[in-house]
Ligand binder design. Structure first.
Ligand SMILES: NC(=O)c1ccc[n+]([C@@H]2O[C@H](COP(=O)([O-])OP(=O)(O)OC[C@H]3O[C@@H](n4cnc5c(N)ncnc54)[C@H](OP(=O)(O)O)[C@@H]3O)[C@@H](O)[C@H]2O)c1
Length: 292
């Protein structure tokens, strides 16, 4: 399997462009799915305090770093296994909405670290701006402290609209490395992607398959037929060519592997244009102004 390309964040830290998302992965399944994803080639994992599975994610990563006799030295995958080093793995977690504020953010970070069982995370994000709380600038100050202390290699935000980013930039000393936003062929986020480009922020696409809904789009299915690929591979390849960081979630080894097999073909400009025409400003998740 060809590995994921790595993109440079605005502080020089490298991130695998294709990662594995763990929203709605039950805690008991997280370690096993992380092991399956590592065996398939994934090195980048996206979790959050709110997902309730940080402990399992940390366990799956721990197995990859030091396979134990318990799993036959296979790192849980059952395959022949070579231990990875911590530097090979990229872990993102997120601050949940009820922990906004400077001190609360520091405490929430310590709790996430204890659950993950890691000594640092690669990327720490504010999960939602929660504008009615009015605290995201204070939360971000705490994240800057964690960044300066070396406990996180990069910091960023999620679900920030242009107005939230502009308000944050008035007080931020560290430009966010990413803004993780809902983004798929039915919600292409052209305005935010342009703003990110101007500010040096990477765009990270959550629900990159539109929670599976966009897989049914007839135009996507036609492209899959044309290229002898699956709808998921067409959409993930589109994200890769747009330059998005992309974190699809899947629950079976077959789908996890399928979603990673996107580095041995390319979509020509006419097909990229065809997908651009599918925009319908359709959110599968919440509007960021309504989450508090
Ligand atoms: N920052 C945020 O606020 C936020 C919000 C939402 C999500 N996220 C992140 O983004 C990640 C991805 O988003 P998501 O999980 O909402 O949605 P998604 O990745 O767009 O779609 C996942 C859905 O697609 C299905 N699927 C995946 N691969 C498939 C394939 N090859 N063929 C057919 N169906 C397939 C999955 O089914 P099965 O699981 O049954 O295989 C699941 O139902 C999350 O896991 C999380 O890490 C972040």
């Amino acid at each position: 399997m060809k590995p994921s390309p790595r993109l440079s964040l605005n502080n020089g830290v490298l991130i695998d462009q294709l990662g594995f998302g763990l929203y709605k992965v039950p805690p008991a399944d997280a370690a096993g799915l992380v092991s399956t994803a590592i065996a398939a080639g994934y090195r980048h994992f996206d979790t959050a305090a709110m997902y309730g599975n940080e402990t399992g994610v940390g366990k799956g990563i721990g197995r990859a770093l030091a396979p134990s006799a318990e799993d036959g030295g296979t790192g849980g995958s059952g395959e022949e296994f070579h231990a990875l080093s911590r530097n090979d793995i990229f872990v993102t977690t997120k601050l949940w909405n009820d922990h906004h504020g400077y001190d609360a953010t520091l405490r929430a970070f310590d709790d996430s670290m204890a659950r993950l069982g890691l000594d640092h995370v690669d990327l720490y994000l504010i999960h939602w701006p929660c504008p009615a709380r009015g605290l995201f600038r204070e939360s971000y100050k705490a994240m800057e402290t964690l960044y300066r202390e070396g406990r996180v290699r990069a910091i960023g935000v999620s679900n920030f609209l242009p107005a939230h980013l502009e308000a944050l930039m008035e007080t931020a000393e560290v430009v966010p490395a990413v803004n993780q936003i809902e983004l798929h062929p039915w919600l292409q986020q052209t305005r935010l992607r342009t703003l990110h480009g101007q500010l040096g922020i990477r765009t990270e696409a959550w629900s990159p398959l539109g929670r599976g809904q966009v897989l049914e789009d007839p135009a996507i299915r036609a492209l899959a037929e044309k290229h002898g690929r699956t709808p998921a591979q067409i959409i993930i390849r589109w994200h890769v060519q747009l330059g998005n960081i992309v974190i699809p979630k899947a629950s079976s080894a077959a789908r996890i592997e399928e979603n990673f097999r996107v580095f041995d073909f390319a979509l020509p400009d006419e097909d990229m244009d065809g997908i651009a025409a599918l925009e319908r400003h359709h959110r599968t998740g919440s509007h960021p102004d309504n989450v508090n």
